[in-house]
Design a protein around this ligand. Structure first.
Ligand SMILES: Nc1nc2c(c(=O)[nH]1)N[C@H]1C(S)=C(S)[C@@H](COP(=O)(O)OP(=O)(O)OC[C@H]3O[C@@H](n4cnc5c(=O)[nH]c(N)nc54)[C@H](O)[C@@H]3O)O[C@H]1N2
Ligand SMILES: Nc1nc2c(c(=O)[nH]1)N[C@H]1C(S)=C(S)[C@@H](COP(=O)(O)OP(=O)(O)OC[C@H]3O[C@@H](n4cnc5c(=O)[nH]c(N)nc54)[C@H](O)[C@@H]3O)O[C@H]1N2
Ligand code: SF4
Ligand SMILES: [Mo]
Length: 734
């Protein structure tokens, strides 16, 4: 094991899991240390095929190995700037997706009521004809806008194109209103640009990294964790604010066990110290800042002594950590977070975080936020999409003025109310809305209003259980997907291509989109013969070679400047053209121009705030039935403070049920009694507690946070769904 891998594993807290993976997966990996050995790669019968990973949306470049015609193992592609030759534990276990025994094998049409998970197998032609017929009827009766598309990830691209060609712009992903939306809005209002994905955070060059939540190391986005391991190994200072002592917290010089929901108080107090002690980057703020004096006046009330009463963090610790940050500016990176939909005031919290970064002068600077670059690969020359007179359905009258992407829950609401106009069809690709959206009852209510519900998935997920038609897709190792023209530190393009054949009747998204378009009379929108033809057209237009891309998996472009110092123009796309310490556009819409702290409701006696997050070996709700990843972690636990556990007579390993404020009771879940969490909250890993009966490994294991999230606080700026506003009590399992 090389040193950097060791560092990576140390941070990831997943080294045990990785070793376990290589020894316990029987049939797939014959040698116990096969994951780390390359010895037989050139021997007879072994083929190496580059592709990119899809176990999460980071899109790491990978090399898959096929031995004796069977998928053997997968590793990082050393040429790839995202993986740098190493996959995270989930990516390594990705081959389990191919071997999952419960996979969807053929198209299915519903037999009984929606949600009963009973279907009959049909041919592709029957399934697509059924869908096309219903879609035509929806178009005639209501207009094409009444068909909505939900997807997550690059695999949705061709179906998205098909839906646009059909005439609907009601297209949404849970990555906005349930994930990074508030962050992108907060940063956009401040610097004029989104953070994006992969994040534009220059962690490896940061001298000081501040994590607010953002549990890197459990949140396993590969490049970020590798860079985190590197900066930590190089002696970089880490500051963590989290109600839970996370893996990242264990690496921190300053750990602040902040009370959940009080981060705006903390960040404002940090800024108060930094401004009043003149510790900010004056030259940068003078050159680029707008409204600094008003901002300064606004934050005067947020003294560390005041913040102590809200956050529970001592004034000394607030001052010390603020001074520490200032020491390393501009290479002090206050991580913007990713899953930022917490309390409904999230865009403002993200704005406060953006402002703290502005004080450090980290935007556009090495060790802060870089300017992503990409290759110039022209889009496929398609005909223009039909024009619609109807606005999108999700955000009527711009109720959420700063939502710049479509709101999943906005479409859901319109489907329930029929306003501003009815939504009658849902096409769902690669997103498990039952686990991803808050308040399942609302999702079910919406689905019951539909004339057509189609789900494209690889396994019988919860959302597939509600479909009229289920379409089975090959897993990522068995198909092509759209080209990844990435925006990152250096320009590159990457290909996802088949490594092995799909085992049954599964058909890839591009094929489904093209065939369905043809049945809808929209064949002219798919002028290419197949996806290779599509790739070749685009690559030729860019002067690149398809054969080279297939062979290498990645083609890189010339390095380009990514910092102001290197020649990136220091322009900000805000209304003032500057970094907005004071936001007139917020003021104009009736919002606070400088983020203000408002108190959250406290958990009533006998209850705890339900917090949730990631485990290194699972992705959301999509990997619990993967035999390799299931083997590493088959159920989640509920973290309960040791003293609380004692009071309840509970110890680690006991099982409890959780009951929320609306009387919803979870599956049983194992207790983890630990000092690593505050007494006012409990914590669990998201994605478990599956109730889809046909997932034989995952069914009934652990509890679902999504099931308990009946309440959500909607962000008035942008419609995000704050989900950390639910309270649970611990109930005995009898
Ligand atoms: N292994 C793995 N990695 C992943 C994913 C995955 O599914 N699996 N998903 C990826 C995706 S899409 C996302 S969005 C990210 C999500 O990962 P993050 O963006 O890191 O998510 P957070 O919600 O910030 O992280 C949860 C942490 O926040 C803490 N926390 C909860 N409430 C509060 C609070 O009020 N204040 C503070 N300061 N901390 C709080 C929790 O204790 C926990 O440690 O992970 C990415 N990486
Ligand atoms: N309660 C709660 N809700 C959350 C979160 C949370 O932590 N807790 N996190 C939020 C965040 S940050 C995010 S980004 C979202 C994520 O939300 P989603 O992206 O919806 O994530 P999953 O729940 O994993 O659902 C993915 C679905 O895609 C299917 N799938 C997997 N591979 C393929 C494939 O190759 N092709 C097709 N067609 N389908 C495939 C899986 O079987 C699964 O049904 O959830 C958000 N919602
Ligand atoms: S971070 Fe892990 S799961 Fe996500 S794409 Fe990279 S290797 Fe795959
Ligand atoms: Mo996310």
């Amino acid at each position: 094991m090389d040193v950097s891998r060791r560092k990576f594993l140390k941070i990831s807290g997943a080294s045990l899991g990785l070793v376990a993976a290589s020894s316990t997966i029987g049939g797939f990996v014959k040698k116990s240390n096969a994951f780390f050995e390359n010895k037989s790669e050139d021997s007879k019968g072994v083929k190496k095929i580059p592709t990119y990973c899809d176990i999460c949306f980071w899109k790491c470049g990978a090399i898959a190995y096929v031995r004796d015609g069977k998928l053997w193992k997968i590793e990082g592609n050393p040429d790839d700037p995202l993986s740098k030759g190493r996959l995270c534990p989930r990516g390594t276990g990705g081959i389990g997706a191919h071997y999952d025994k419960d996979r969807l094998k053929s198209p299915l049409i519903r037999k009984n009521n929606r949600g009963e998970e009973e279907w009959v197998a049909v041919t592709w032609d029957e399934a697509l004809a059924y869908i096309a017929d219903k879609m035509q009827k929806i178009k005639t009766s209501y207009g094409p806008e009444s068909m909505a598309f939900f997807s997550h990830g690059i695999g949705g691209n061709f179906l998205k194109h098909m839906i646009k060609a059909y005439g609907s712009a009601n297209i949404a992903a849970p990555s906005f209103a349930q994930c990074r939306g508030p962050r992108d809005v907060g940063f956009r209002m401040t610097f004029g640009e989104d953070i994006g994905s992969p994040e534009r955070t220059d962690i490896e060059n940061a001298k000081c990294l501040v994590l607010i939540g953002s549990h890197l190391g459990e949140n396993m986005h590969n490049t970020q964790v590798q860079e985190f391991a590197k900066m930590n190994g190089d002696g970089g200072v880490i500051i963590v604010a989290d109600p839970r002592y996370s893996v990242a917290a264990s690496k921190a010089k300053h750990y602040l066990p902040v009370k959940p929901g009080t981060d705006i108080a903390l960040v404002n107090a940090w800024m108060n110290v930094i401004v009043n002690e003149n510790l900010y980057d004056k030259e940068y703020v003078e050159k680029y800042g707008f409204g600094f004096e008003q901002f300064k006046a606004e934050i005067q009330k947020y003294t560390p002594e005041w913040a102590y009463t809200e956050t529970g963090v001592s004034p000394e610790l607030i001052r010390d950590s603020a001074r520490e940050m200032a020491k390393y500016k501009p290479a002090t990176l206050i991580h913007p977070g990713r899953h930022t939909t917490w309390y409904g005031d999230d865009a403002q919290r993200s704005r406060a975080i953006a402002l703290l970064n502005a004080l450090m002068g980290s935007w556009g600077r090495k060790g802060g936020f870089f300017y992503p670059v990409s290759m110039d690969v022209p889009a496929y020359p398609y005909p223009e999409y039909p024009h619609s007179d109807k606005p999108k359905v999700d955000n009527p009258d711009k109720k959420y003025p700063f939502a710049h992407e479509t709101l999943t829950t906005g479409i859901r609401e319109a489907t329930i109310t029929g306003k501003p106009y009815p939504v009658k069809g849902w096409l769902v690709y690669g997103t498990n809305l039952m686990q991803a959206l808050p308040n399942r009852d609302e999702t079910i209510k919406a689905i019951q209003n539909l004339d057509l519900m189609v789900v494209v998935d690889v396994i019988p997920s919860e959302i597939a259980g509600w479909a009229d038609v289920v379409l089975p897709e090959p897993v990522y190792l068995e198909r092509y997907d759209d080209m990844n023209v990435e925006f990152f530190k250096e320009p590159f393009v990457a290909i996802r291509q088949p490594v092995v054949e799909p085992p049954n009747e599964q058909k890839p998204n591009w094929w489904i989109a093209k065939k369905l378009a043809e049945k809808l009379g929209l064949g002219n929108y798919f002028p290419w013969n197949d996806i290779e033809d599509y790739y070749k057209t685009r690559l030729t237009a860019a002067g690149l070679s398809f054969d080279e891309l297939k062979k290498k998996g990645i083609i890189k472009g010339k390095k380009q400047p990514i910092y102001f110092d290197e020649g990136v123009p220091d322009k900000f796309q805000t209304p003032s053209g500057k970094i907005e310490f004071y936001s007139l556009q917020l003021q104009e819409k009736g919002f606070d121009p400088v983020p203000k702290y408002n108190k959250q409701k406290e958990p009533p006696a006998g209850t705890f705030r339900l917090l949730f997050g990631r485990a290194p070996v699972h992705t959301f709700s999509k990997t619990q039935n993967n035999p390799i990843l299931n083997d590493m972690m088959s159920e989640n636990e509920i973290w309960v403070n040791t003293d609380v556990a004692k009071r309840y007579g509970l110890k680690s390993g006991d099982y409890v049920k959780l009951k929320n404020q609306d009387g919803v009771v979870s599956n049983k879940i194992k207790v983890k009694a630990t000092e690593r969490i505050r007494t006012d909250c409990v914590y669990m890993v998201h994605g478990f507690g599956h109730n889809a009966k046909k997932q034989t490994l995952a069914y009934g294991k652990g509890a679902s946070d999504a099931g308990l999230i009946t309440k959500y606080a909607v962000d008035p700026l942008m419609g995000g769904n704050g989900m950390s506003v639910n309270f649970v009590s611990l109930e005995s399992i009898e």
